[in-house]
Design a protein around this ligand. Structure first.
Ligand SMILES: *[C@@H]1O[C@H](CO)[C@@H](O)[C@H](O)[C@H]1NC(C)=O
Ligand SMILES: *[C@@H]1O[C@H](CO)[C@@H](O)[C@H](O)[C@H]1NC(C)=O
Length: 228
């Protein structure tokens, strides 16, 4: 009996994947119906968890829309490329990002949304079947090509004196087949990149639930979100 339980225990340890080890430590947030909001914030680099400019996201939902208010603090450069438009590679510069999956599992497919200080947005569904962007596995993206018509919008205000920028974003829940938002469960992560003209293309990376390396596309690290 005793031997059996020791064996069972050893087997459990051997079978435990890295995802099982991370899941107990993942951040969680309950998101209320608008106009109430819940705020998450982070101030650590990826993956070293060193000090990083504070970044916040206020969240709420209504019948058909997820509302996200991104706030970047201690922003010195507001660095973007003015030639870039919708769905261009704005992530090479300074952006705030949300990765969003409806469901509780570590996703293979999720929405990647980004906004830059010039109010330009990037929105694509990612297909990442290895869940960690393994070099030998497929990794693909499918743009939301007309975000305004589909109801993805951003409004962005910079305050250079206070070194902040705020982007208020709406994302339709229909993109995730959600008809009844209350009680739904999600996996999400939030990131910020910081670049400057003198250090480009080097980036500082920060995030809500830090992956174990400098890659955002590791879905076992996505935090748990519940619409309440
Ligand atoms: C800015 O973006 C445009 C369009 O993507 C690109 O052609 C140009 O090289 C970029 N400029 C810099 C300085 O990287
Ligand atoms: C930003 O883009 C949105 C569309 O996503 C637009 O409605 C808004 O007027 C733009 N400008 C600012 C300053 O937010």
């Amino acid at each position: 009996m005793q031997l059996f339980s020791i064996l069972a225990c050893l087997t459990a340890v051997v079978l435990a994947s890295p995802a099982d080890k991370t899941s107990s430590k993942l951040p969680r947030v309950d998101v209320p119906r608008c106009p109430r909001t819940e705020k998450i914030s982070y101030s650590q680099t990826i993956p070293d968890k060193k000090p990083f400019p504070r970044t916040a996201v206020e969240l709420c939902w209504d019948k058909s829309t997820l509302h996200l208010a991104f706030s970047a603090f201690e922003e010195k450069h507001f660095h973007f490329n003015a030639s870039q438009g919708t769905n261009d590679d704005i992530w090479e510069y300074s952006v705030m990002e949300a990765f969003i999956h409806h469901g509780t599992n570590d996703p293979q497919t999720y929405l990647e949304f980004e906004v830059n200080p010039n109010n330009v947005t990037y929105q694509a569904f990612i297909y990442n079947p290895s869940k960690v962007r393994a070099p030998d596995a497929p990794f693909d993206h499918f743009f939301v090509s007309d975000p305004l018509t589909d109801g993805i919008t951003a409004t962005t205000k910079l305050n250079r004196r206070r070194q902040t920028w705020v982007s208020k974003v709406q994302i339709p829940l229909g993109l995730f087949n959600v008809d009844e938002p209350r009680g739904t469960r999600w996996r999400m992560n939030f990131f910020r990149t910081i670049t400057s003209p003198s250090t480009f293309p080097d980036q500082e990376l920060g995030g809500w639930s830090s992956p174990d390396e400098a890659s955002f596309h590791k879905t076992p690290f996505f935090g748990h979100v519940r619409f309440v």
